[in-house]
Ligand binder design. Structure first.
Ligand code: 6PG
Length: 241
């Protein structure tokens, strides 16, 4: 049974600072146990702010970035150098600023590397089978105003993906239309799932995701729980709770 915790913060800056501090602490603790923590990054605007804050704090942390393994919860199926790529955003805001081991950064194949989103999902699933350890130390996720997380959107076929690790998503209501997403089953293999949300525009979706009752089909963020699940919110995103 998962523990669900809600952590409220005055504003986005305080929120991002607390998430960055908690993540660095968690990575240091895992490495102190002799582990090589595997984390899942997400796309979106608050994630970019978090990446920048991690890069700012990295010089003062004891994290050995070469012993952190990076994955993505989802990716847009666009060319590798597209500004729409979550991996490009993460490299520009964090990964190019800390000494990662390139062999530990597992991007979803781009549309100029494989023919279809299905091929990209299959290759990413194979990479996770080969280089994953069966769970994430922390999987970070955003939430859309419609309650989507990663690229699992309300009423979308990808919600029914069964035992796949990653699936192709087409006709995404959030552009770009073609994506690859981890499935619910893959995203639940986590010591911790961290949802990060900022702004009034997320308040209703956050409230639906945390309500006692509701459907995963209508609010996919209801469908992802780790051993521990933390909702990192600013007061605006928490305002409908
Ligand atoms: C994506 C993201 C997506 C994002 C949410 C929140 O690739 O689009 O993974 O799930 O996290 O849509 O995005 P914002 O923080 O920009 O609102």
């Amino acid at each position: 049974m998962t523990d669900v915790h809600v952590r409220r913060h005055d504003d986005a800056d305080v929120l991002v600072g607390d998430v960055a501090s908690a993540l660095l602490d968690r990575l240091e603790a895992a490495q102190a146990r002799g582990e090589v923590p595997q984390i899942g990054l997400t796309g979106g605007s608050i994630a970019e702010e978090l990446h920048r804050e991690l890069a700012r704090r990295a010089p003062d942390s004891a994290v050995d970035w070469s012993r952190v393994v990076f994955w993505w919860g989802d990716e847009r199926f666009v060319p590798a150098d597209s500004p729409d790529r979550n991996a490009r955003q993460a490299r520009e805001s964090l990964l190019d600023h800390v000494p990662v081991d390139p062999a530990n950064v597992h991007e979803v194949p781009a549309s100029d590397e494989v023919a279809t989103a299905e091929d990209a999902a299959a290759a990413y699933s194979e990479a996770m089978r080969e280089h994953g350890v069966g769970f994430f130390e922390v999987l970070m996720l955003g939430i859309g105003p419609d309650g989507h997380c990663a690229s699992l959107f309300p009423g979308h076929p990808a919600l029914e993906a069964g035992d796949a690790i990653a699936v192709a998503v087409h006709d995404s209501p959030k552009p770009p239309p073609d994506r690859v997403s981890l499935t619910f089953e893959a995203m639940e293999r986590c010591r911790a799932v961290w949802f990060i949300a900022s702004g009034e525009g997320k308040a209703e979706a956050v409230a639906r995701a945390l309500a006692d009752d509701g459907s995963v089909t209508e609010t996919p963020a209801r469908g992802v729980r780790g051993d521990e699940t933390v909702w990192w919110l600013d007061e605006a995103a928490a305002s409908a709770l």
